[in-house]
Design a protein around this ligand. Structure first.
Ligand SMILES: [Fe+2]
Length: 418
């Protein structure tokens, strides 16, 4: 726990209005010509893309812009690099959700290289090692989900019967700067905000429960939990433009990226790669639909086979935290006022001395409630059937889970959400 190695965390510019620093950050990285990678619609529709382009151009920076239509594929990355390799782009900026941040990261990594990105993909490519030589990259997330803005890998997807989600990975691919601006956090539909938030929650939970977790990641994950617990699921309400709440969710997502990058992920993410490779299901939906069954399965397995595991106490602590926010939200008495006035840190510590085993059940109950309240889609809605489950199980990874789950237990978990 007190023995760990930690990866680099990029310079972080976090807070409302911080996008104004973008031209200065580009200049610090030596940029004169930037390639702006964005998503399909929301930035354009809100007029924000135009504002950012103007901001850069007013500072004398030449801007090239492309859109990433979905999760990046090898063809997309190769085509963009072929198009821009000769145009002396010196900095890449990715502004968007997790797919866009990954796309920009992959493009910045591949612009200086002639090969296809496929050659470097883990597990499916030609096994070539990336040299780490890349163009400087600035990540500007506009959703609160994957935490890709602080990780060293870019996930590339090919969906279909022989599909995969695999990473291009190198320490140097950690972005050179990150801007998280509450004003850019788009007001997505509640189901999308919920799925992204559940991805972030899962990315905090899985490293937190990992058998190899460090003290540093425990502290980081807990800080993320307190931010998310205080504002989730209120932030998912349709039309929610509460920038403070969205900032808190973005903070949780940022910390989830740091946590997973350093202490790994468990069974939900071990299933997310094959599920997302074989079937056209968004990553956040996989996490949202499987997190409650995964906690239920882990809880049962730990109680049966490892009742002294520290993961049980951690689940109870998290259950106590979420319960406390639930009570604070539902209680109209004095307690609510006292509760809402407490800082996240105070809220987090009030309950530490009061945790009990039944708080583990509270954790499961609250996750089940969220799953129901937000009508999280089932796996079957994306074409997954019993036969598909076996294919997924063949590729599932069970690394860093708090306890080794059997194939039978994982199958039961999946069937709960078929
Ligand atoms: Fe994730």
């Amino acid at each position: 726990m007190y023995d760990f190695n930690y990866g680099r965390i990029p310079p972080l510019h976090f807070g409302a209005g911080k996008i104004a620093r973008l031209p200065a950050i580009v200049s610090e990285l030596g940029g004169k010509r930037v390639l702006l990678v964005t998503g399909k619609a929301s930035l354009q529709a809100s007029g924000m893309l135009r504002s950012i382009q103007d901001l850069l151009q007013d500072a004398g920076i030449e801007v090239h812009a492309i859109t990433c239509p979905g999760e990046p594929t090898t063809t997309f990355v190769d085509d963009v690099c072929t198009q821009f390799r000769s145009q002396s782009v010196d900095v890449v900026i990715g502004i968007g959700g997790g797919s866009v941040i990954d796309a920009g990261k992959a493009i910045s990594a591949m612009l200086p290289h002639e090969n296809s990105i496929f050659d470097y993909l883990e597990g499916v490519g030609r096994g070539m090692a990336h040299s780490g030589i890349k163009k400087p990259y600035i990540a500007v997330p506009t959703t609160s989900g994957t935490g890709s803005e602080v990780t060293k890998n870019a996930v590339i997807s090919e969906v279909g019967p022989a599909g995969y989600k695999k990473s291009l990975r190198h320490d140097n691919l950690i972005p050179d700067a990150v801007v998280v601006d509450g004003d850019l956090l788009v007001s997505c539909p509640r189901n999308v905000t919920f799925a992204c938030g559940m991805d972030a929650f899962t990315q905090l939970l899985e490293p937190y429960l990992s058998p190899k977790v460090s003290k540093l990641t425990e502290a980081i994950a807990w800080s993320g939990f307190t931010a998310i617990a205080g504002h989730f699921p209120d932030v998912c309400e349709a039309g929610s433009n509460d920038t403070k709440a969205r900032g808190a969710m973005a903070y949780g997502a940022l910390l989830s990226g740091i946590a997973l990058a350093n202490d790994g992920v468990g069974i939900v993410h071990g299933l997310a790669s094959p599920i997302g490779g074989f079937f056209p299901i968004p990553h956040g939906v996989v996490c949202a639909t499987l997190v409650a069954p995964s906690v239920r399965a882990n809880l049962a397995a730990l109680r049966a086979r490892a009742p002294k595991s520290p993961a049980l106490e951690k689940m109870a602590r998290l259950g106590a935290l979420l319960s406390s926010h639930e009570h604070g939200k539902n209680d109209s008495s004095q307690d609510k006022q006292a509760f809402s006035g407490a800082s996240d840190t105070v809220t987090a510590t009030i309950f530490v001395g009061q945790i009990r085993d039944e708080h583990c059940d509270a954790l499961v109950r609250i996750l089940d409630k969220w799953t129901g309240d937000f009508h999280v889609p089932r796996l079957g809605e994306y074409g997954i059937d019993e036969q598909g489950l076996e294919k997924i199980l063949d590729k599932a990874q069970n690394r860093n889970n708090p306890i080794e789950l059997t194939r039978h237990e994982i199958r039961a978990m999946l069937k709960e959400r078929l």
